[in-house]
Every structure is written in C-alpha cells, then in structure tokens.
Design a binder for this molecule. Structure first.
Ligand code: NAD
Length: 303
C-alpha cells in the first residue's frame, strides 16, 4: 500500500531516502507527531504504552475489544492533550487487524509504531486443557501478533522509520507448569519477533523490532481473561487446582509493577534500540539455570 507518510515521503521515495536513517527505530526526539497503534490498549500494560506514547507527543490509536473501555482510554488521552482515536479490533481476526490498520491510516496518514500487546491467559495444565481454550489462547496471543506483523510491518516500512513490538512474557522464555497454551503462544511471540528483527537487520532496514517479556504486572488480566473465555466453562479435570492457582497468580500480580512503568520501559527501549524488554531482568537467572543444565546434563530445571 502506498500513502503519504507523516514525514511527507511516499513509499517509492523512501526506497531512495531510507539510507539516511542509519540506526533505525525512532530516536527520543522523533516520537513527537508520529503515530502509535496499541492492541489491548484500553487496559493494563497497553494503556501504559498509550500513555507513554501520548506523553511523548505521539498520535495514538487505542485498539481493544470493548467500546466502553476504549472510549474511556481515548477520553483520558485527549483530555491530556494528545490526539487519539479508538478502534474495536479482535486481534484473532486478520480481517479485523486489517480494519485497524485502515482506520489508523485514514485518521493519521500512516503508522510508525505498532505494539501487538493484546493477550489473555488462564492457568491450566497442558495435559488437561480443553482444545477450545488452546485455540482461543493461541488465536489471541500468537495469531494476534502474527497478523500484526503481517499487516503493520509493511505499513511501517512504507514510512521509512519506525518500530514493531509484541508483548510476550517471562512465560515466553521459561515454561512453568500449569500454563500450557500461554507458554506455547508466548514462546512463539519471542520467536516471531527475534526472526523479524534478524531479518530487518539482515536487509539493513531502518525499522527495528522488539519483544516485551514482563514479569508480574498489576493488571486485571486474570479477571479480563475469565470474562472473555469462550464458553466460560471450567477446565476439564483440574478445576480446583487451576482455580487456586488463578487466585495465587492474581495475588502475585497485585504486588507487581505498575503498568505505566512498563509503558515507559517500552518507549525507552524503542528510543534506545533494545530488542529484549524485561521488566524483571533478575528473573533471567532462571533462564541461565536452564541453559547451564542443558549444557551440563541436558535436564529440565524444576521451574
Ligand atoms: N500482567 C502481567 O503480569 C503480564 C505478565 C506477562 C505478560 N503479560 C502480557 O501483557 C499483555 C497485556 O496484558 P495486561 O496484563 O495488561 O492485561 P489486561 O487484561 O489489562 O490487558 C489486555 C487487554 O487485551 C484485550 N484483549 C483480550 N483479548 C483480545 C482480543 N481478542 N482482541 C483485542 N484485544 C483483546 C483486553 O480487553 C485487555 O484490554 C498480554 O499480552 C499479557 O499476556 C502480562
């Protein structure tokens, strides 16, 4: 697709001019006036990203499922002086993600930063998880970012500058028990973004990519996920233990980092060309432990 960019270039001109963007991504001073699109942007970490982008003078598109929460987020951002619009988008539909891109281009002329952040998760054993839950979680948490890269990366490339990010988790780096489909999807998101970033560097693209791997963040993900879950039925045979685990997870999240801090980390990472965005880098010791065991006796650590 060809459209006029925020900087006034057309796509065919960018091919010639892109070599001036030596380091890629967006530098701190370049956020102002650029366009950011965030899925799952009406709540939690996504809203934190929208706030961080708006604070830096970006035009923001808040994409989420629920019109009421989207409107509340847009109202807050515009009251704070930002240009923002909302768009209802179910990220598990390619057509809906394409519709989101069309809305962003029609409102603001292009997209410079895209964050595939929408996500859901329920604790369930990999063995006993219902296939309907597997499908729902993989559709939202993995196909959502895949559709995001498919639709938004060409748009950002047409701008000749910008950044694409997706939200994984520490569950994308280490697979704990009782998080079956979530682990699978979040590992996929890490692989998707690492491959994308390597391919961008190989072709000396001015665009950069990153992956956000949060530890515990104080959001409503547990409650939101329960309310969006298709059928809302209990997991097959481990309802009680999964229920206890869900309560424990919720209690841990409530002690977690504020989502606005995560939004700031993402904006800083975009400005400083960081690929890995870890909210709790200390937790990387669990990954180191697994790597050590892999080398020493090829055993699986008990995470
Ligand atoms: N909270 C944490 O501790 C934590 C830790 C690691 C990773 N994450 C990841 O961070 C991301 C944001 O989660 P959060 O914690 O801010 O939770 P949240 O529930 O506050 O935000 C997630 C948003 O995604 C939206 N959403 C859900 N399904 C959707 C769909 N099909 N299409 C579009 N939007 C949809 C929800 O409506 C919600 O607004 C998720 O990908 C989650 O897996 C969160």
């Amino acid at each position: 697709m060809i459209f006029a960019s925020a900087s006034g270039f057309r796509a065919e001109e960018i091919a010639v001019t892109s070599s001036v963007f030596i380091c890629g991504g967006l530098k701190v001073e370049e956020f102002n006036g650029r366009v950011g699109v965030v899925t799952g942007g009406a709540s939690g970490i996504g809203l934190g990203m929208c706030r961080a982008f708006a604070k830096r003078g970006m035009k923001v598109v808040v994409a989420d499922l629920n019109e009421e929460t989207i409107n509340a987020a847009v109202e807050e951002l515009t009251n704070g002086g930002a240009e923002a619009i909302g768009h209802v988008c179910d990220v598990s539909s390619h057509e809906a993600v394409q519709g989101l891109a069309d809305a962003a281009v029609s409102a603001f002329g292009g997209v410079n930063v895209f964050c595939a952040n929408a996500g859901v998760g329920i604790p369930t054993s990999a063995r006993k998880m219902k296939l309907a839950d597997w499908k729902w979680i993989i559709d939202v948490d993995l196909w959502g970012p895949i559709y995001g890269v498919d639709v938004f990366l060409p748009l950002i490339e047409a701008q000749g500058e910008g950044h694409i990010n997706a939200t994984s988790s520490m569950a994308g780096l280490i697979s704990s028990q009782m998080m079956g489909a979530y682990n699978v999807a979040k590992h996929g998101v890490v692989a998707l973004m690492a491959a994308t970033e390597r391919e961008l560097r190989a072709k000396k693209s001015p665009i950069t990519a990153s992956v956000l791997c949060p530890g515990p963040i104080n959001t409503n993900i547990s409650r939101n996920s329960v309310s969006y879950r298709p059928g809302q039925s209990k997991p097959r045979a481990d309802g009680e233990s999964a229920g206890k685990l869900a309560n424990n997870i919720q209690a841990t999240l409530e002690q977690g980092m504020h989502p606005d801090e995560v939004g700031e980390l993402v904006a800083d990472a975009i400005a400083t060309d960081k690929f890995w965005i870890l909210t709790h880098p200390y937790w990387a010791k669990a990954i180191q432990k697994q790597l050590d065991a892999l080398r020493e006796d090829q055993s699986l650590t008990r995470a």
